[in-house]
Design a protein around this ligand. Structure first.
Ligand code: PHE
Length: 344
């Protein structure tokens, strides 16, 4: 076969090779086969030397045309194959963005914690600091230094969880008053939210519950300051028109002491089961810091005076959300808890 015929054969071979190529890897093999250093075209061009000048011109021209044709065809085919591959890939990795996805719910606060945080922030906005103390507390801090001597009924085995090492589970947040007065000099304005423990279990009492303690100590602090602060607090929580009354009471660590009632939020004062037909709900205990407490922490009661208050968080949460059994708050039943999504 002469070289011209050979070249035309190369072109035909190439065309059928190209025709049968369906992927990029094979295409590359074809490129090497025809255009590579040891490729068909190269070897034809090398053999041009054996031809006459005339023939060389003619065959060289044809060879170059075929080379250009092969290069161009490879390019076109390469683009086609690439487009095809992309299309297949897109088909394979098809994503239906309209399919409904599985929902992950976002966490939210427990109603007790939401209430506790809200109450704390009301006092913080009035300039109170936030203090804390341990839940396993010494009898001294939980009782004695709060003017509750060893024989006092508040120490009755019925109420208090005593531990083997002479410590107790704190029965109230009041020991944080002692801890703060030992740590800081007046003026003091603090609240102490936290868990407390008592041997109690019925629809309105749980052996573990939350309290928030308040304490203000400075020169010339009066009962009027106490009333003003608590009024602002209760009106913020229960609304501007909430009726408030102070009732004389007794706590060993305050003198005088009072309990604060609000008008029943359920019956609006008419009388119902929740307020035991009184029209009033007991909300918190408070009073002026007893001089005996000041003496226990080395603050001179002649120079300083103060007030303290303490309240149960669960009770407030139950009143706000009309919850009638405290145990609902601690059963971790999502059917109950999920009703409070978004409150805090
Ligand atoms: N510690 C008291 C209680 O748990 C509440 C209280 C605190 C009363 C501060 C007066 C002053 O019942």
């Amino acid at each position: 076969m002469d070289i011209k015929a050979q070249l035309l054969q190369v072109k035909t071979d190439f065309e059928s090779d190209l025709e049968n190529t369906e992927n990029l890897q094979l295409l590359n093999e074809i490129r090497v086969k025809y255009l590579g250093k040891k490729g068909v075209i190269t070897s034809v061009l090398k053999s041009l030397g054996s031809l006459s000048v005339e023939e060389r011109k003619e065959v060289g021209l044809i060879a170059n045309q075929i080379k250009d044709f092969i290069e161009e065809s490879l390019k076109v085919k390469e683009e086609k194959l690439k487009a095809k591959e992309l299309e297949e890939k897109l088909k394979r990795e098809y994503l239906d963005v309209t399919l409904p996805h599985s929902w992950h719910s976002i966490g939210y606060s427990h109603p007790v914690i939401a209430t506790l945080n809200e109450i704390t922030s009301i006092f913080v906005s009035m300039g109170f600091s936030v203090e804390s103390g341990p839940e396993v507390e010494s009898e001294d801090y939980n009782f004695t230094m709060l003017n509750i001597p060893p024989h006092h009924p508040a120490r009755d085995m019925q109420d208090t969880f005593y531990l083997n090492n002479g410590m107790v589970l704190r029965t109230h947040t009041s020991p944080v008053q002692i801890r703060t007065m030992l740590k800081k000099k007046p003026p003091i304005a603090m609240v102490a939210p936290g868990r407390v423990y008592r041997k109690d279990l019925d629809p309105t009492h749980s052996p573990m519950f939350h309290q928030i303690e308040g304490l203000v100590v400075d020169r010339d602090v009066t009962f009027r300051d106490l009333k003003g602060v608590l009024k602002i607090f209760l009106e913020t929580i229960f609304g501007k028109d909430i009726p408030i009354r102070f009732r004389p009471s007794y706590f060993p660590f305050t003198e005088p002491s009072a309990e604060v009632d609000i008008g029943c939020t359920v019956c609006k004062g008419v009388g119902c089961k929740v307020c035991k037909e009184t029209g009033w709900l007991e909300i918190l205990g408070c009073g002026m810091v007893d001089p005996e407490v000041f003496k226990a922490v080395n603050i001179d009661p002649q120079e300083y005076s103060g007030f303290a208050f303490g309240l149960g968080i669960e009770r407030i949460a139950m009143l706000r959300y009309q919850i009638t059994d405290i145990r609902l708050l601690f059963n971790n039943d999502m059917r109950f808890l999920s009703q409070f999504e978004g409150i805090g």
